[in-house]
Write a protein that binds this ligand. Structure first.
Ligand code: UDP
Ligand code: MG
Length: 158
């Protein structure tokens, strides 16, 4: 069995999700999985923040359209926690291009685009840590327990 560890990850519900009224649908998928929301807020992403967040893509020909897209409406940023939350969340989101993503994933079920793909999710532990710091101050992150914790995680609860 692969190792299990508690992790935190950063999600952005992107402008197309807000514009298409898919926020509740997408949030519900993370919630139903058992991930815990430890931070959440709506914002417009500023130039410098996008440039930093998508630094790895700054030389790509689509960078300007990506920036325009990410600034076309407010987004909702969320920090989620849970066992193996980073990889579990990427599986729920699906691969980058909606038209290639498996049915069952958010992008596979709800997106046909390689750019307007509804959600951002951190891709590894180092990025997750940096990205959570990019969007949240310490005081905006909440440490709390939920009564469903044992039901979600325990392998010998019943
Ligand atoms: N993107 C794009 N064209 C591409 C690849 C990426 O417009 O050919 C956009 C898309 O919105 C994607 C984001 O840039 O989600 C970040 O790209 P990355 O490769 O990090 O994909 P992700 O981690 O979001 O799957
Ligand atoms: Mg990425």
């Amino acid at each position: 069995m692969s190792q299990q560890q508690e992790e935190k990850t950063l999600i952005i519900i992107k402008p197309d999700a807000i514009q298409r009224s898919l926020f509740g649908e997408i949030l519900g998928r993370f919630e139903r999985k058992g991930l815990k929301i430890i931070g959440m807020k709506m914002m417009r992403i500023e130039d410098v923040v996008i440039e930093e967040h998508y630094e790895h893509l700054k030389d790509k020909p689509f960078f300007q359209t990506l920036k325009n897209y990410m600034q076309s409406s407010p987004v909702v940023v969320m920090a989620l926690s849970g066992v193996n939350a980073i990889s579990a969340t990427r599986l729920i989101v699906g691969p980058t291009k909606g038209y290639e993503a498996d049915a069952g994933s958010i992008r596979g079920d709800l997106s046909l685009s390689g750019q307007s793909n509804l959600v951002h999710a951190s891709d590894g532990p180092e990025t997750a840590e940096k990205e959570i710091k990019r969007f949240f101050e310490e005081k905006e992150l909440f440490d709390y327990k939920k009564p469903d914790y044992k039901l979600v995680y325990s392998e010998d609860y019943f």
